[in-house]
Structures are given as structure tokens and as C-alpha cells.
Design a protein around this ligand. Structure first.
Ligand SMILES: Cc1cc2nc3c(=O)[nH]c(=O)nc-3n(C[C@H](O)[C@H](O)[C@H](O)COP(=O)(O)O)c2cc1C
Length: 159
């Protein structure tokens, strides 16, 4: 069965709400098993068992939180073994222009270095969903749509 992980860090709940929406969107795709977990509950070994891996972070000084970077750095244990899986990222900032797109791209860079496949979006948030503060309806819709698209791609790749 195709599977997808939504891993996130969140201190005040905004990124967590985005993660829940991403997971809900992914669960709309029939036949895909979706796990939603804080990064502290994800071990590098766990990454091997998913066809799709999506990572969300609050913006801290223009990039991802240290907790998210820590998981990515520890994933070096499996460098080369995540190639061909589907990846994606999302981020929550405190202000507009606060660095949410740079944060998404920083996470995406790590996934690309792992050899993962990252789908862009010609219509919605191009690099991955972003929110400013608590996700509003626009951001929630982006997250759901993103979750669905990543799960659909992961499902196709896993065949
Ligand atoms: C250490 C720290 C650094 C932050 N740096 C930024 C920043 O560079 N730009 C920004 O827009 N918001 C920044 N913020 C605000 C958070 O990104 C924002 O409140 C986010 O929604 C928090 O997500 P969370 O509720 O999932 O923890 C920072 C917050 C903290 C605690």
C-alpha cells in the first residue's frame, strides 16, 4: 500500500494545523496510508518505509527550525536510499515576507540532495504551502490540495 509521512515541528500550533490539513488532503486519495507525526517522533530509519515524505516547519530566522534540520541531518544515515521517493515541504511564518518561501526551499533542497522527486505547483503556492500566523482558509485549502497532490504522485510512483 502506498504510504506518506507528514512530519512537522510546531511550538505554538500554526505549523501543526497546516500539517493536519496536509494529512487530511492526502487521506482523500484512496489506498494511501498517511502518518502524521511531530519530527521528534520520527527516526531516520522510519523514513525508509514511506513512498512520500512531507516536512513542515515554522520559519526561524528565515529558515527551518533546528528540530527539523536535526532530523534532516540525521537522515544522512540513509543517504542514497531515499532517492526516487516523493518529497514536499510547507512553512509557517510570523509575517508576510518573513521567509516562508525561503524556508520551504531550504527543506526542498535537502530532499533534492537525497534524490527525491519534488512536484511544483503552477496554480497554488508554487514551492509548497505557506501560511502567515494561524493558517487562514486560503492556506488551509493550499495545504489540503498539496497533500492530495503529493499523495497522488506517491501513489503513482509506488506502483
Ligand atoms: C526563534 C524564532 C524565530 C522566528 N523567526 C521568524 C522569522 O525569521 N520570520 C518570521 O516571519 N517569523 C519568525 N518567527 C515566527 C514564527 O515563524 C511564527 O510564529 C510561526 O507561525 C510559528 O509556528 P508554530 O506555531 O508552528 O510554532 C520566529 C519565531 C521564533 C520563536
Amino acid at each position: 500500500m502506498p504510504s506518506m509521512l507528514v512530519a512537522y515541528y510546531s511550538r505554538s500550533g500554526n505549523t501543526e494545523q497546516m500539517a493536519e490539513e496536509v494529512a487530511a488532503g492526502a487521506r482523500e486519495v484512496p489506498g494511501v496510508r498517511v502518518d502524521l507525526r511531530p519530527v521528534k517522533e520520527v527516526a531516520p530509519d522510519n523514513l525508509l518505509s514511506f513512498d512520500g515524505i512531507v516536512i513542515g516547519s515554522p520559519v526561524y530566522y528565515g529558515t527551518m527550525a533546528a528540530e527539523v534540520k536535526d532530523l534532516i541531518d540525521r537522515s544522512v544515515k540513509h543517504h542514497g536510499k531515499l532517492a526516487g521517493k516523493v518529497g514536499g515541504a510547507f512553512a509557517s511564518s510570523g509575517g508576510p515576507g518573513g521567509g516562508n518561501e525561503t524556508t520551504v526551499l531550504d527543506i526542498v533542497k535537502s530532499l533534492l540532495i537525497h534524490g527525491m522527486i519534488v512536484q511544483g505547483d503552477p496554480e497554488g503556492d508554487h514551492y509548497g504551502p505557506i501560511a502567515v500566523g494561524e493558517p487562514d482558509d486560503r492556506s488551509r485549502n493550499e495545504c489540503r490540495r498539496f497533500g492530495r497532490r503529493v499523495a497522488e504522485l506517491a501513489s503513482r510512483i509506488a506502483r
